[in-house]
Design a protein around this ligand. Structure first.
Ligand code: HAM
Length: 477
């Protein structure tokens, strides 16, 4: 077989994005940018500053914060061992083998002891995890960077990718994006809870997100919740046979999660279970009613949902979730709650905390479904040039137009005017600036408006002013 034939058979692998990940492309990315820009603006008006924590952290940080029995930690984290690499291992093998010397005068046991001590000298490795969420990271940073010394509370927000090994479907990805915020400090005043929620609602309002529904609940504190959980477990055991396998399993490990069940057959059973609102301690009950009052004072509409328990272990007292239109079964666009005690659990000082995270992918989906997606923006000007002299003029014109804020397409090689105009059309350009020998020597440029085919001649200095006026008219109409 000839070399050429062999090469032909060897088809290069076609790479695809990993399941549950995707490329975000224009024009959709323009919407992502608008959403993120709006978040920067709205959150700043509430006095929040941006934090950019790392994308990976020690596995233990998430395991401790989120909880070992949660789906996120038990099943969904991307973790790997970092420490020594294969090359180091190989070198160590070689060193041990050499140290035995040419004449073996050691027992097997001695040999293995030697190997063991050699490995003990290697740098210790660590399990690290791609962050499945960022609350734990923000708390870690609060402690590590001594933020308790700053004026309290510390108000931080973040945006970026998170990673969970979930079953991908519409609105659920393995790399997804969150926009979140956290308030950390000494106070758990109900007005803080209400203001954090008000901030998300203001943000959604600014984006004109449709069908927004805010659900709130209080899940008590370490004093009253265990009593309620026990009561719930006792009641669930009585109806165990009528529950599905998932809920049956949860009775022992985490009975609160049974309340999350969407299984049709379980709904009438769940409706009869005891409700946490009736079992809150006095402090929690007072806090909860004050949060509701504070929300009312801010004109924030909410629905109380006693079944809203959230899937992460660090929550206490206030929990909330926001759903929006057009998302199908994955309709939670934001989740959050209070997590007093988490900073302490991570080795920091006693600290109160509350926050939320918005699923940006879902937010975008919902905006698109309700027709808020931007249309592909065509170029303002396509410069059709012919001839060397015109090329130089075209480069200068492109520079000036871009400086004035217009988007410009400057073809890299000369083309016949007919072909150039066809391409300008394909790119959705509003205008074609035609530069040939005549235009350059006369100093009068031809500007064609592609929508109606009209053409006019303009001296160079008048071009930008003309386009500016035109832009105001077209965007205002
Ligand atoms: P979470 O409920 O796990 O809370 O996630 C918040 C939001 O992230 C969800 O409501 C959803 O919109 C989005 N989300 C979660 N998983 C996926 C996924 N696989 N694909 C697409 N979107 C997803 C937290 O993460 C907490 N850290 C929120 C928080 C901050 N609580 C207090 N402070």
């Amino acid at each position: 077989m000839s070399e050429g034939a062999a090469k032909k058979e060897e088809k290069p692998r076609k790479f695809q994005a990993i399941r549950g990940t995707r490329d975000l492309l224009p024009p959709e990315t323009a919407l992502w940018n608008r959403v993120e820009q709006t978040a920067h603006e709205v959150f700043a008006t509430f006095g929040f500053g941006e934090i950019r924590p790392p994308v990976f952290e020690p596995t233990e940080l998430f395991a401790r914060s989120i909880g070992l029995d949660t789906d996120v930690v038990a099943k969904e984290m991307y973790s790997f061992f970092e420490g020594f690499n294969l090359e180091e291992l190989r070198l160590e093998h070689a060193r041990v083998a050499l140290s035995r010397g040419p004449k073996e005068n050691r027992s097997d046991q001695e040999f293995w002891q030697e190997v063991e001590s050699a490995f003990a000298e290697l740098p210790k490795g660590e399990f690290i995890t791609l962050r499945p969420e960022a609350t734990a990271s923000v708390c870690r940073a609060y402690i590590e960077r001594g933020m308790q010394q700053l004026p309290q509370p510390v108000k931080l927000y973040y945006m970026g990718p998170m990673f969970r090994r979930e079953r991908p479907q519409k609105g659920r990805y393995r790399q997804f994006y969150q926009i979140g915020a956290e308030v950390l400090g000494g106070s758990d005043a109900p007005a803080i809870d209400a203001e954090v929620i008000e901030m998300v609602m203001t943000f959604f309002d600014r984006l004109e997100l449709q069908g927004v529904q805010l659900d709130i609940n209080s899940i008590g504190c370490p004093e009253c919740r265990p009593r309620y959980v026990e009561l719930l477990r006792t009641e669930l055991l009585k109806v165990k046979d009528k529950l599905g396998p998932d809920s049956q399993r949860r009775i022992a490990a985490n009975p609160l999660r049974v309340l999350d069940s969407k299984l049709e057959s379980e709904q009438p059973i769940i409706a009869k279970l005891p409700r946490i609102a009736d079992h809150l301690c006095e402090a929690c009950a007072t806090h909860y009613s004050a949060v509701k009052h504070q929300l009312e004072m801010r004109g924030v509409f909410f629905r109380e949902n006693w079944r809203l328990v959230r899937g992460l272990d660090y929550y206490m007292r206030t929990t909330f979730e926001i759903t929006a239109q057009g998302l199908g079964s994955q309709n939670a666009v934001c989740g959050g709650g209070r997590y007093d005690g988490l900073v302490e659990l991570l080795g920091g000082p006693p600290t109160k905390g509350i926050g939320f995270a918005i699923g940006e992918d879902r937010l975008i989906l919902s905006l698109q479904e309700s027709g808020k997606a931007p249309v592909q923006q065509g170029r303002d000007v396509y410069i059709a040039w012919m001839g060397e002299r015109a090329h130089a003029t075209a480069i200068r014109a492109a520079k000036d137009l871009r400086k004035a804020g217009f988007s410009v397409e400057l073809p890299p090689v000369e083309q016949k005017f007919g072909k150039a105009l066809g391409q300008a059309d394909q790119l959705g350009a509003k205008h074609a600036l035609i530069l040939g020998d005549n235009e350059v020597s006369e100093g009068l440029w031809t500007l064609k408006t592609l929508a109606d085919g009209s053409q006019l001649k303009l001296p160079e200095p008048a071009l930008i002013e003309h386009l500016r006026k035109n832009k105001v008219v077209s965007s205002g109409g």
